[in-house]
Design a protein around this ligand. Sequence first.
Ligand SMILES: Cc1cc2nc3c(=O)[nH]c(=O)nc-3n(C[C@H](O)[C@H](O)[C@H](O)COP(=O)(O)OP(=O)(O)OC[C@H]3O[C@@H](n4cnc5c(N)ncnc54)[C@H](O)[C@@H]3O)c2cc1C
Length: 266
Amino acid sequence: MITVDTYTNANEVSGAFGSDTAIMGGGTLLMGALNYGRQNITKIVRITDPVMKQIADAGDRITIGAGVTMSEVIRSRDLVFLAPVAQSVGGPAIRNMATLGGNLFAGTPYGDFTVALLALDGIVKYANGSEQDLEGFLASRGNRRDLVVSVSVKKPAANEFRYRKVVRVKPMGRSVLSIAARLPTSAGRIANPRVAFGAMGTTPLRAKAVESALDGAALDANGIQAALAAVSKEFQPPDDSLASGWYRNEIAPVYLRRLLLNEGGA
Ligand SMILES: Cc1cc2nc3c(=O)[nH]c(=O)nc-3n(C[C@H](O)[C@H](O)[C@H](O)COP(=O)(O)OP(=O)(O)OC[C@H]3O[C@@H](n4cnc5c(N)ncnc54)[C@H](O)[C@@H]3O)c2cc1C
């Protein structure tokens, strides 16, 4: 039997919880897992604390509650830069339920929203008040069993943030790969960029060799050559029913180029 506990205060769920307990976000993944076999879950935890739904603008960062859905992101005036990312997650019914918190735990080829959060220097906040950078969270998410309350991201300047998702089935297929980049510039050169890929590993990953190659380069066809050369050596992408790892590595530079130069074509 599965029991459902509802908490009105997120702090009461702070600290690690057992492997028999699952947090309920929108349930788009969790309910499938429960219905089709994860019988070891005996307790579901629902949190109705408004902190899970906050969208708070604070200087150069913005905090997004873990319970904010993709549809709420699309409707938010503060999150206009993330609207195309949220729009790329599933169809309307999924977007109405799917939360940011659940997306952090979605396995490849899902996790498109998390790719964007990674490129925006996401910081995960837990119910006990502790924080962790999103990269560290993703590296250990299989082991860490804490309630995520929110993720804060850097607010990009106009035209600084880019996102693309490559799918076989349009408009709402799963990712062959996805790419998000934050490309600040200084004196006409890229300065301290962030580039993250989805579906190129078991979690969204930063492309650090690509970031190094772009740092200080001009954002034009010549300036990005070293970054394009670096990307196919950066990851060991998985084979799945959508694409082989070899194919993902072949197309990564093509789509990275289109993203960086704002070219058309998916
Ligand atoms: C038909 C379909 C299409 C989809 N398309 C896409 C897509 O295009 N792109 C994409 O990225 N994803 C896609 N998904 C996957 C999924 O819908 C999303 O990743 C969604 O964001 C998951 O959020 P959720 O709130 O439904 O998670 P849930 O199913 O509620 O939870 C998923 C996991 O995260 C844990 N969890 C949830 N919230 C928290 C929290 N606050 N703290 C700690 N743990 C938590 C849960 O315990 C569970 O283990 C799709 C799913 C379906 C069924």
